[in-house]
Design a protein around this ligand. Structure first.
Ligand SMILES: [Zn+2]
Length: 111
């Protein structure tokens, strides 16, 4: 009668959406940060942004320039992740650089 019930089914689509929600919240923070940064600096300026992986508790920081981020954010299916986090994210890794990875969800229609 004490404590929460032991782990419910955890591999459902709902759980995945929950993790994606955490990723999207960080992506929103990044977008806001980049929009602010653009007002005072140039596209080549590097900025410390949040890793947008699907880990709820992720606190990793990724460093990329405003234009690098813009390029990723231009595609709503894409997100930036720390190098080591891309491998455990549930999305596809579409790009790796020396500082960050780019993951993409879905790939609907494969083209
Ligand atoms: Zn992460």
């Amino acid at each position: 009668m004490t404590g929460p019930p032991p782990g419910r089914a955890d591999s459902t689509a709902a759980a995945a959406y929950g993790r994606l929600g955490a990723a999207i919240a960080r992506a929103d923070e990044n977008r806001a940060l980049v929009a602010e940064a653009y007002k005072i600096t140039s596209p080549q300026t590097a900025l410390a942004l949040r890793c947008e992986c699907m880990h709820r508790l992720c606190t990793e920081v990724v460093v990329l320039t405003l234009e690098e981020y813009e390029e990723i954010a231009a595609d709503p299916a894409q997100a930036v992740a720390a190098l080591s986090h891309a491998d455990v994210d549930e999305r596809y890794v579409v790009k790796r650089t020396s500082r960050f990875s780019v993951v993409e969800e879905g790939l609907f229609g494969s083209g």
